[in-house]
Design a protein around this ligand. Sequence first.
Ligand code: ADP
Length: 518
Amino acid sequence: MAEARELLRKYYGYPDFREGQKAVIASLLEGRDTLGIMPTGGGKSICYQIPALMMSGTTIVISPLISLMKDQVDGLDSIGVPAAYINSSLTYAQVETRIRKAARGEYKLLYVAPERLESERFLDLLGELTIPMVAVDEAHCVSQWGHDFRPSYMRISELVAHLPGRPQLAAFTATATDQVREDIVRHLKLEAPGVFVTGFARENLSFTVVKGENKRDVLTGYIRAHAGEAGIVYAATRKEVDQLCEFLKKQGVAAGKYHAGMTDKERAEAQEQFLYDEVRVMCASNAFGMGIDKSNVRYVIHFNMPKNMEAYYQEAGRAGRDGEPSDCLLLFSPQDILIQKFLIEQSVASPERQAQEYRRLQQMADYCHTPQCLQRYIVRYFGGELEQDCGQCSNCSSPDMEMTDITLEAQQIFSCVRRMRERFGVTLVASVLKGSRNKKVLDFGFDELSTYGLMKQRTEKEIVDLIQLLVAEGYLQLAEGKFPTVKLSSKAGAVLAGTERVVQRIRVKPAAAVVQDA
Ligand code: ADP
């Protein structure tokens, strides 16, 4: 590792590796196939570039992102590392020149688009090179479960098998689902890989979830309090982006907008204005951000909850790239879940994929309901662990959150779910516990259950919140599907049996409000 650090200083000018980079590089230098799970911007390039510098021969880097390839090669050029890329942006003659140079072993790194692997001629050329390592960027593209499957990624294992002396494999992705990770190991044929989840904690980011408040008021309040700072406001639909931008302009905020419904020219202009701080606040759809690198974004506000944690974290993570303290706010309303369900229904055809997307949506909703440290929830979601709570997210810093024993309430809820035979959704369970006389409750005869009205001293909303908290903490599960039914998980069994207690950080209401509700 000492030699690796020396190269880091010499070529890149950084004093040391980030914690996560160390583990990945050490694993590669031991000669192991390695899977690095890191967020965008986590510093994965160095993870394969430094080992490539230490190995003899040409490392092949497979990347689907043509524009990033050029950036990477320009970057390597500027620090004196011989590298090149081969993709569809080049003329035939340019490709030929590069292939000849590659055959002479003139490059330390050769970036190629996956589609090249479809060409026999190209594979033959690679067969003539000395290739110590193949690095696969955006490795989730090999999985049909991933969001952007690339059939050509399936050719990578053929390439590796075809090469004389099996090169080592390094794969990178920011995707969290187990299924995708398994696919990567299986389809790339990684051999006993070292798997490392790193870099998801971002100490300079403070996460906040806002629930049950007027979103526009929260938005304008926040933006006014942070006038002069650059921020991005993400919304779920183009229409909402348009409306928010108009609304903010009326409030006197220098706002711009960006979404896929605008012309290329309009979008390029909007992006420029934001980059050069002519527009402080960018209202945007998820089309905004691919490849923009503005380091001084001080806040990212999600006006709607996104479809999953990957999407959320990628967008929220655009705040504070310069390492300065920055805020990530998510303005949640139950309506957001309906919007996302609608979008899943419209865009995902296969029932299995839909089920998976609903599950990931549920995990996103859980983030909005968890009483835990939000940074911890994120890091855990991606498969890592945080040593201690962040101390600055809305859950860590809320003065009216207290550790409270809610075992009795949890037991009441679990037993009601059981008596309703785990066949109904959150709202109906809450109505029964409240003792509501609504038609559905009476039609099913739930007013005869012993759990009917057990929590009548609480509002239905409070009961719903409690149920959602118990879902977020894994005591209850929502069965997959469009109208999820509440089911007990094994964790709930121990609580019902009285062998385990439920202690949670929950919002403690001021006494007056409780009296008013009763
Ligand atoms: P990724 O490829 O994972 O999106 P990059 O490799 O482009 O991320 O790295 C993101 C940023 O972090 C770059 O600006 C890079 O120079 C910087 N960086 C990477 N490793 C280190 C390090 N050890 N120390 C300081 N900065 C680093």
